[in-house]
Structure formats: C-alpha cells, structure tokens
Design a protein around this ligand. Structure first.
Ligand code: GLN
Length: 172
C-alpha cells in the first residue's frame, strides 16, 4: 500500500530502524503482544518521544489501541500519544468481523472499511478530531500528525488513508 501510495516502505524492529523512518504505521494484530514486544525491545520510550516530537504516525486497529492512553479493561503497555480510552474487541469475536462504508470528513466518497476484532473509542479528548464514526462511535481520528483507525485500511485498494499519512511527512 505504501509503495502504491508513492513512498518506500521498510520494517521497524529496532531503535536504529525507527531513527531512519520519516513516518510510522503501527499495524493491526494483537495490541498486548505489540506492547510486550515493544517493551522487550526497549522501543516504548523511543516510539513515544519520536511521535511526540512530530513523527507522522498511523495506528490501525491494534495500532490504534497502542497509541491510546488507556483501555477500558485491564492494563497493557500503551504509548499514550492520543488522549483517549479504547474498548478492545468492541464488536465481539472474530466471526463478528464485518465490512461497511464510512463517510470520512472532507472526503468526496465513502471508504470501504474492514473491521476485524476491532476496537472502539470510548472516551476521547476534545483536542482529537473525529474523522469518521460507525454507529455514532469514533473509528477514524486524528490529532496533528497522528492518525488512528479501528479498521484495516490495508485490506482494500483504497490508498487515501496511506496518502494522508505520506502527506503529513511533507507538512512536518
Ligand atoms: N483485538 C485486537 C487487540 O485487541 C486488535 C485486532 C486487530 O488489530 N485486528 O489488540
């Protein structure tokens, strides 16, 4: 998706990798595992400080959870760069996964969104902009150079969200 959107993708596994990138995607998966591994590889503080000092970032699904400041149940390592509380697995189990069309603020046509054991935003600070909602709940949010979505934008061929991230590099 990144290549198709006009940039060069690379994987970030270490602090050195992190220093070399101009933007970051924290993907879907399992947020407790992402947090545990980030902790194990001493990446929590470097990630937090690079994002806080302006690195454009997009968190998708588990990545959205990892960017948040709290989860509704339990504790897990989180970056806390977006002041919001997220409910994990808010739609239920894997077989409650679904697709829908979302109207995104400022876009001229809807986005096809794929939700897989997706989170929902429960509480959100007023300084975070809500760019799309599903049943009234935020599913795409943004604050300055940070974007987060509850769905998987890499599973369709719509490049608009990835392009939004790449455009944020130019704005820094
Ligand atoms: N349910 C996962 C979690 O809580 C997120 C699922 C996903 O990224 N598709 O971390």
């Amino acid at each position: 998706m990144i290549q198709a959107a006009g940039a060069e993708p690379t994987e970030v596994r270490t602090r050195t990798d992190l220093e070399s990138v101009e933007a970051l995607i924290i993907p879907g998966g399992e947020s407790t595992t992402i947090g545990r591994l980030a902790d194990l590889y001493d990446l929590i503080e470097p990630l937090r400080s690079r994002i806080e000092s302006g690195l454009p970032a997009l968190g998708t699904c588990a990545g959205m959870i990892f960017l948040a400041s709290a989860v509704t149940e339990g504790t897990q390592p989180l970056l806390g760069v977006l002041d919001m509380v997220v409910e994990r697995n808010a739609f239920g189990r894997q077989n409650e996964s679904f697709e829908c069309r979302l109207d995104v603020q400022g876009w001229d046509s809807p986005l096809q969104a794929v939700f897989i054991r997706a989170p929902l935003v429960d509480e959100i600070s007023p300084d975070i902009e809500v760019l799309a909602r599903h049943n009234g709940r935020p599913v795409l949010v943004g604050k300055e150079h940070i974007l987060a979505c509850a769905f998987h934008p890499e599973l369709t061929d719509d490049l608009r969200l990835h392009k939004m991230l790449i455009n944020l590099i130019q704005e820094q």
